[in-house]
Design a binder for this molecule. Structure first.
Ligand code: RAM
Length: 923
């Protein structure tokens, strides 16, 4: 095989440059701290980013100028009173860190950026973006509040029912405070947080649309707060600020070791908030939580992630959140215990309702309940429309699958009842949707209704962090399209506060291996930069004294730390995040903890093999071929982390560390070869994952790589061309097959519908990715209910290959957050066409291909200010046409690389110059 960069391409390009009467560049998608117009940041040096957009070819940003001011008009006039970078000769467009005048708290700053293109021409003005600072570490003019002290006098009236013994839940608490506005207001903000979860309202209207605020962090160390703009909700005269709080992650049930009183963080929810009002005369007033707030009960009896929610509309305290409510029976709040944790402005997109899904069927179940089928396994809850006599108790249970008799299959929920109860008020029409719980389900069984519900009586409301979708992907194969959709659905629902393993059973934890194997797939499907950056802080917060990164973050299972491939996430994900999103601050922030992990592993394993301090050593979790490769897996990860440390040290210019980690990597590699690889290139254990990890991490001597790959392929063959990989190996299956010249086998695996394969789950009805290859099989039915989630994204790590290799965006490499990247589609048997788009941090990349009788046509879009290598394979006598012009040819070349700048390209690779090809050329 020969390999060359086509000389003709660059000539063609200069022609394009001449031809392109390119319009000026534009800066679009302006972000600050990876978010669009963040309301409330505590970052004293926020990073600014934009995408460079411009028509034509080879467009480049040659310079930029950022201006920042606390006045919009000033920025519109081109003045930066707080920061003006001046004309900076640079093609950088990501994370330019603010170096202007110190930022003040509670201030909105406006900014924009001006660009210069490759010819030095100036861009049109970009939109004006903004960010607003929060408290910036200042003191809260408020005190924590909670339910009044428990005692004969202080006790609030019970909210109705007693709670079952298994779950002891705190009744949801209603909090209110009246105040008067006497003169015109120019701006008002609410700053709020809770130990628990909260929803705030002003004069009865919801404040914001966040769900489960303040989200989940290690509450002992840090707590997010939210900022809401409530200027338009305030009225002259009487106002009521109100909040509803519940247990959430703080004092509710989560995880498998869920029992109270050992609530993971605390026993009772608390609330902290203040309003900051700026009057027209410039005066500022704050109204904070404190002992003058009133506490009461209402319709929401309890709400819990695992148990579900109970809402008794007959107990509703009507008008409790508005002025004029007679709060009889309400008490003054108790003083909260508060927290020594650091209060920080939320740094990631909030959780929101993402969409609504109508039911596709409703059927009677054997127990008389009505089972709604939403046609899609989701994470969220049901919104039910009903009419029933006052006091009627309606119950909603949830399940991912059905038993053969049509009843809900709930065994796999383990101890999570996932059971919502609504007691009707008796109005002619009522709408009920739980507030502080979520479930993983496709089916919902509703019982207690007086009559058969219509199909439209229930909709499913999908919940998740509100991440920007960054891709589209479609092929001629319905199976592949469904696989892609299943992966996207599993990400959507499980990216809820933290990347969780699953949404339905008593678990819902931020397992670190799951989150690292899926990182690259996740980063194609959505902009996960802020989301993962936040979770990496959770990982860091959970690092143990001796340096072990956790198996779950936030860490609520103290026995779970430091397993190979789990703990290693603390080193790998910061580095991958940097590669993908280009923010070097991530590396700086995590480097000390990354070093501590390396020391932790190194201390116990001085010989360079990772054989000790393996902790719960899960191996290639849920693989189908036993656990023979555990030492291989652990050591390959050790090598990988050493290599990542060397690269990080180089980027951060720590010369000594670079030398140290380069030596360590070499030592691990040679120890690995001595201990695990024989002269014929066989690896100890011989599992698919052992070969895949060995190849991925470069552990084989170069001369044995082909042999090792051959043994791996032989293992696939021995399993009748089936995979056996678990969570750790699965990510590398298709990429390694493709990189070593057998994309045909990768296609075989993704198109296979026999057990075990992704396709097997799909032909058996999967609408999300299953936790286990054999979650359900024709022979055995459901796997053991003790661990059988139908919504677990880990095996969805194949998504990286769909984008990277099938479509071809980035698999052969990318640097600088897609400043330079490969476009190397690998068309394969069984697929006629594939079309993908990926909105990278630097702009939208597109890759598409389609088969024709005489060859394959490709379409590519390379964003402005980036370059790409298009890498194609062809028969040696095939002709290559770039934008309809034949490029200079060399008959011996099999692998062709076209190095191109920005623009839209069509490349045709025609095997024979037949009339069809000719016709297409002329199009
Ligand atoms: C399971 C989780 C998770 C996995 C661990 C080891 O309980 O679901 O996916 O990482 O175990």
């Amino acid at each position: 095989m020969s390999d060359s960069v086509m000389p003709g391409a660059s000539q063609l390009l200069s022609k394009h440059v001449e031809e392109s009467q390119a319009a000026s560049l534009r800066a679009e998608h302006l972000t600050c701290e990876m978010l669009v117009n963040p309301l409330g940041t505590d970052e004293p040096h926020p990073g600014f980013s934009w995408q460079v957009v411009g028509t034509g070819y080879n467009r480049l940003q040659s310079a930029y100028r950022i201006i920042v001011s606390d006045d919009r008009q000033t920025v519109a006039e081109g003045l930066g009173t707080h920061w003006d970078t001046g004309h900076i000769q640079s093609d950088e467009s990501l994370h330019i860190v603010y170096r202007g005048r110190p930022l003040s708290p509670f201030t909105r700053y406006y900014w924009t950026v001006e660009l210069w293109d490759e010819n030095g021409s100036n861009s049109a003005a970009a939109q004006i973006a903004w960010f607003e600072t929060g408290l910036m570490g200042g003191t809260w003019p408020a005190t924590w509040i909670m339910a009044p002290d428990v005692g004969p006098e202080g006790k609030l009236p019970p909210a109705g029912t007693s709670y079952d013994n298994e779950f002891s839940l705190d009744p949801c608490l209603y909090l209110r405070c009246s105040f008067t506005i006497g003169r015109p207001v120019v701006s008002a903000r609410l700053y709020a947080t809770a130990l628990g979860v909260y929803k705030a309202s002003l004069n009865g209207d919801p404040v914001g649309d966040h769900e489960f605020a303040p989200g989940w962090t290690d509450y002992a160390k840090r707590l997010s707060y939210q900022t809401f703009d409530i200027t338009s909700n305030l009225v002259l005269g009487d106002n009521v600020l109100a909040a509803l709080i519940s247990d959430g992650w703080y004092s509710g049930y989560v995880g498998y070791n869920r029992r109270k009183p050992a609530a993971h963080y605390g026993n009772k929810p608390e609330f902290l908030a203040f309003l900051r009002i700026v009057y027209e005369d410039g005066e500022v007033e704050t109204i904070g939580t404190g002992p003058h707030w009133q506490a009461g009960r209402g319709a929401l009896v309890y709400s819990d992630f695992l148990k579900g929610e109970k809402c008794d509309a007959t107990l509703a305290a009507l008008g409790w959140d508005r002025p004029g409510f007679l709060a009889s029976g309400w008490r003054l709040c108790g003083a909260g215990r508060g927290t020594p944790a650091k209060l920080e402005a939320q740094r990631e997109e909030p959780i929101r309702v993402q969409m609504e899904i109508p039911a596709v069927a409703v059927r009677a179940a054997p127990d008389g309940s009505w089972v709604f089928d939403f046609g899609q396994n989701i994470v969220g809850r049901v919104r039910l429309r009903l009419a029933a006599p006052r006091g009627t108790s309606v119950s909603i249970r949830h399940a991912e699958a059905l038993n053969p008799d049509g009843s809900l299959y709930t065994a796999n929920l383990r101890s999570a009842p996932a059971h919502d109860i609504y007691v009707a008020s008796g109005e002619s029409e009522e709408l009920y949707e739980p507030q502080f719980t979520f479930h993983g389900f496709r089916y919902a069984a509703v019982s207690g209704l007086p009559s058969q519900p219509s199909l439209h009586a229930a909709v499913a409301r999908v919940l998740g962090n509100d991440l920007r979708r960054t891709s589209s992907f479609e092929t001629s194969s319905e199976l592949i399209n469904r696989l892609h959709a299943n992966i996207a659905w599993s990400q959507r629902g499980n990216f809820l506060a933290v990347p969780t393993d699953c949404p339905q059973r008593d678990e819902r934890l931020g397992w670190t291996a799951d989150a690292q194997v899926f990182f690259h797939t996740a980063a194609y499907l959505a902009d996960v930069s802020a989301f993962y950056r936040k979770w990496l802080v959770d990982v860091q917060d959970a690092q143990s004294e001796d340096g072990a990164f956790p198996d779950v973050a936030p860490q609520i299972c103290s026995d779970r730390n430091g397993a190979p491939a789990w703990g290693d996430a603390g080193v790998l994900v910061p580095f991958w995040h940097y590669e993908r999103y280009g923010d070097v601050r991530i590396l700086r922030d995590h480097y000390p903890s990354m070093r501590r992990w390396m020391n932790y592993v190194g201390r116990a394993n001085p010989e360079g093999l990772r054989l000790h301090e393996l902790n719960l050593n899960y191996g290639d979790w849920l693989s189908l071929d036993g656990t023979a490769s555990k030492p291989v897996l652990a050591t390959a990860y050790y090598a990988l982390t050493a290599q990542v440390m060397a690269k990080t040290a180089e980027i951060l210019e720590h010369a000594e560390d670079l030398a140290e980690y380069t030596r360590l990597h070499e030592k691990i590699r040679s120890s690995f070869q001595r201990a695990f690889i024989d002269a014929a290139g066989r690896v100890q254990g011989g599992t698919q994952t052992a070969y895949l990890l060995g190849l991925y991490t470069g552990m084989f001597p170069t001369e044995l790589e082909e042999a090792a790959f051959g043994h791996f392929v032989a293992d696939l063959e021995a399993h009748d061309w089936h995979l056996t990989t678990g969570f750790i190996g699965v990510r590398h299956l298709c990429p390694i097959l493709t990189a070593y010249g057998r994309p045909d086998l990768a296609y075989h695996l993704v198109l296979d519908t026999t057990y075990p394969s992704w396709g097997y789950s799909i032909v058996n009805g999967a609408t999300t990715v299953w936790e286990r290859w054999d979650g359900w099989t024709q022979d055995r039915g459901f796997q053991t209910p003790s661990m059988n989630s139908f919504n677990h994204y880990a095996f969805g790590a194949v998504g990286e290959w769909l984008y990277g290799s099938m479509a071809g965006i980035g698999a052969a490499g990318q640097t600088g957050a897609f400043k330079h990247f490969s476009l190397s589609p690998a068309p394969g048997k069984g697929i006629e066409w594939c079309s993908a788009a990926f909105d990278s941090p630097r702009g939208s990349i597109r890759a598409a291909w389609r088969r024709h009788p005489d060859g394959i046509s490709y379409e590519f879009a390379i964003p402005a200010n980036t370059t790409a290598n298009i890498i194609l394979f062809r028969e040696v006598d095939a002709r290559i046409l770039l934008n309809n012009q034949e490029i200079a040819d060399d008959q011996d070349i099999h692998k062709v690389t076209l190095s191109l700048g920005s623009g839209n390209y069509q490349v045709n690779v025609w095997h024979k110059p037949t009339s069809h090809a000719q016709a297409c050329n002329n199009l």
